[in-house]
Structures are given as structure tokens and as C-alpha cells.
Ligand binder design. Structure first.
Ligand code: A3D
Length: 311
């Protein structure tokens, strides 16, 4: 059996880390794609990581290109092509610039690798993955957005930091759009099985929720030249790994919703089973009134950006 082929569209900060993690985890051979002006970046990162693979002892072949044909036959595509935020910007402000890039990317993916499992990371996340699905006409189970795993990772890390516990023992998920009104579900968050609402006072927990919602902006403010890239890359690799290994992982992802949580006909962050069938199932459950209200606020924000996404 040949190794899976992983195509990375965008060889910038996240793209480079995706290539590194995919290699270290031996997920398959990696093709880093970027525009002709940045072909050297794609080729350079591929070569650099290829050399690392002798030290890390990984079997993977890496290459860099600006020719879409080289992505032909890819099993997984991860898209980071697009501008990141600068301090003070909202993700939604990237729509104008990044939609043109996504249109070009999606048209080429439709032509060269229509059967790939496509994971989008470019922002504004929920609108960009919507555009990707519409332009490629790929089935909804194979077009997915990475956001909830990252938002959840931020939430979990803040809780573990607050309590001084292991990062491993926090169980949580963040639902909703990848914006400032995302919805961490504190009611179902546990630390080693103990409800977090009994461990952290309500006021302090609310501060952690707010820090999670602004988690991306916090990093943009620190980096100044762009946005987060280590954790976003790890989050998308977790999704690719679940697909390639048919792991049936339950992961919060931006998925095409058809009525789940009252969301219809758009991408939204929901708990998904991810396996060889891509998004195999969305796991719905009953929300309380407060959670429903927060989900509705988030839904309205995503719907507004999607309405502005003129294809
Ligand atoms: P950056 O390091 O600038 O890399 C983006 C790359 O895209 C650059 O190398 C560009 O040359 C390349 N590019 C531009 N136009 C095209 C094109 N038409 N075709 C192919 N490649 C192109 O950015 P980054 O890697 O830090 O971030 C990439 C995207 O991810 C941005 O839109 C960020 O906002 C987004 N992001 C999303 C999350 C989520 O949680 C969803 C987190 C962090 C960043």
C-alpha cells in the first residue's frame, strides 16, 4: 500500500508546522504548495523538514511546489492560504482579501483533487469553509473546518493553568462559530471527571470563557505580525489523523449542519465523529436555555458573514 498523500495549500506559518507535524507523526508524504512568489518558501520548508526526518527517523517524502498538478491524488488537503490577522483586526475583516484566495484555491482543488478530505483553516473560518464547499461541490462529509479543536484547546489549557492540574485531565468542548461569541460549554466541562463549575467560582470561570473567546486576539497582540500557528497546526493534524486512521474521534469541528442545534444550511462548530468517512456523524444533544441563547448569538454572527460571502 502506498503512503497517503497530504497536500498543504499555503506554506506560511501554519503550513510549515503542518508539514513538520505530519512528518513527525508519519501520516504520509507531504506536498507543500504556495503561490509562485512564495515557491521558495514551500520548497525550502520541504527540504528543511526532509533533512529533519533523518534525525527524527520518520519515513516521509516532502516536496514544495507552486503547481497545483502536484497535488493530484491527494488524500488530505489542508488549506491555510490567506492573510492572517494583524493586531486590532477581527477575523471577519479578512473576508474581502481571503475570499478571492479561497476562490482560486477551491477551483484548483476541484480540478486536481476532488476526492480529498479537505480541511480549511483560513479565516474567517466558517465563511471560508462554506465557500470551499460551494465552489468544489464536494460532499459535506469531506469538507470540514478546523476551529473547535483549537478553541477547546485554549479553554482546556486555561482551566488546567487555573487549577494547576495536568493538561491531560480536562475534558471540554467549545461549540459555535470561530468568532468572539463562540460557546464553551462549562456545564459539561470536567477535570478528571469532576465538574469544573464546582472547582472554579462562577465569576472566575466566566473570565476564563472570555479569555478563550479572545484567545486568538491575545496571540495576535503578542506576535504583532500574524496569528497563532503551533496549536492551529496541531488541531488540523488531529483531524487528518482521525480521517486517515479511521479513528472515529469525537472532535469539535466546523461541519455542514442540517438542523443540529437549530442550525441549518451553514457551517458551524459542532461535535463530530471523524473517521474514514470524513464527518461521519454530528452528535447533537439538548442545550439549556442559556446555552441556546449563546448558540443563537453565534449563529447570527456566522450567518451575517456567510451572507457577505458573495461567490
Ligand atoms: P501566513 O504565514 O501568512 O501564510 C499564508 C500563506 O498563504 C502564505 O505563505 C501565502 O503566500 C499563501 N497564499 C497566499 N495566497 C495564496 C494562494 N492564492 N494560493 C496558495 N497560497 C497562498 O499565515 P498563517 O499560516 O499564519 O495563517 C493562515 C490562515 O489561517 C490565515 O487566514 C489565518 O487567519 C488563519 N488562522 C486560522 C485559525 C483558526 O483557528 C481557524 C488560527 C490561526 C490562523
Amino acid at each position: 500500500m502506498t503512503r497517503p498523500k497530504i497536500g498543504l495549500v499555503g506554506a506560511g506559518q501554519i503550513g510549515g508546522n503542518l508539514a513538520l507535524l505530519a512528518t513527525q507523526k508519519q501520516l504520509g508524504d507531504v506536498v507543500l504548495f504556495d503561490i509562485p512568489q512564495a515557491e521558495g518558501l514551500a520548497k525550502g520548508k520541504a527540504l528543511d523538514i526532509q533533512q529533519l526526518s533523518t534525525i527524527e527517523r520518520c519515513d516521509a517524502t516532502l516536496s514544495g511546489t507552486s503547481n497545483y498538478q502536484d497535488l493530484e491524488g491527494a488524500d488530505v488537503i489542508i488549506i491555510t492560504a490567506g492573510f492572517p490577522r494583524k493586531p486590532g483586526m477581527s477575523r471577519e475583516e479578512l473576508l474581502g482579501k481571503n475570499l478571492g484566495i479561497m476562490t482560486d484555491v477551491a477551483q484548483n482543488l476541484k480540478k486536481f483533487c476532488p476526492n480529498a478530505f479537505m480541511i480549511n483553516i483560513a479565516n474567517p473560518l466558517d465563511a471560508m469553509v462554506y465557500a470551499l464547499k460551494q465552489i468544489t461541490s464536494a460532499p459535506a462529509n469531506r469538507v470540514i473546518g478546523m476551529s473547535g479543536i483549537l478553541d477547546t484547546a485554549r479553554f482546556k489549557s486555561f482551566i488546567a493553568m487555573e487549577l494547576g492540574t495536568s493538561m491531560k485531565d480536562v475534558t471540554a468542548f467549545v461549540l459555535g462559530g470561530h468568532g468572539d461569541d463562540m460557546v464553551p460549554i462549562t456545564r459539561l466541562t470536567t477535570v478528571g471527571g469532576v465538574p469544573v463549575e464546582e472547582l472554579i467560582p462562577a465569576g472566575r470561570l466566566e473570565e476564563i470563557v472570555q479569555r478563550t473567546r479572545k484567545g486568538g486576539a491575545e496571540l495576535v497582540g503578542l506576535y504583532k505580525t500574524g496569528s497563532a500557528y503551533f496549536a492551529p497546526a496541531a488541531a488540523a493534524i488531529e483531524m487528518a489523523e482521525a480521517y486517515l486512521g479511521d479513528h472515529k474521534r469525537v472532535l469539535p469541528c466546523a461541519a455542514w449542519c442540517t438542523g443540529e442545534f437549530g442550525i441549518n444550511g451553514m457551517y458551524f462548530g459542532v461535535p463530530c465523529i471523524v473517521g474514514a468517512g470524513g464527518i461521519e456523524k454530528i452528535l447533537s444533544f439538548e442545550l439549556n436555555d442559556k446555552e441556546k441563547a449563546m448558540i443563537e448569538t453565534s449563529r447570527a454572527s456566522v450567518a451575517k458573514t456567510v451572507a457577505e460571502t458573495k461567490l
